[in-house]
Design a protein. Sequence first.
Length: 125
Amino acid sequence: MKKIIHTEKAPAAVGPYSQAVEIHGTLYVSGQVPIDPATGKVVSGGIGEQTLQVMKNIGAILEAAGYRYEHVVKSTCLLADMSHFQEMNLVYASCYPEDQPARAAFAVKELPLGVLIEIETIAVK
């Protein structure tokens, strides 16, 4: 049976979806954008600051579900511009110093709220 995951330590969904859903020991984290859950606003700054906030949001959801970054097996990174790839990669890598998950990264035409990055994540216990 699926379990809906929600935490106040990550931003509320900006549409009709859950922050995450867990089923059969697998956690599916919806795409996270760089919204500060304390203010409900997109963080200021560039791709580095936005990626850091996205990773904090993912970390909060993982924790709320009883997972950690080490449980992440797959991430999909959506970027507003591939010129941000290298700087995004530096921040992203800081969360996964060992045994990095599988990952895909794409440039897309546009992201919600005009943000520079969105990351979705799958974790398994």
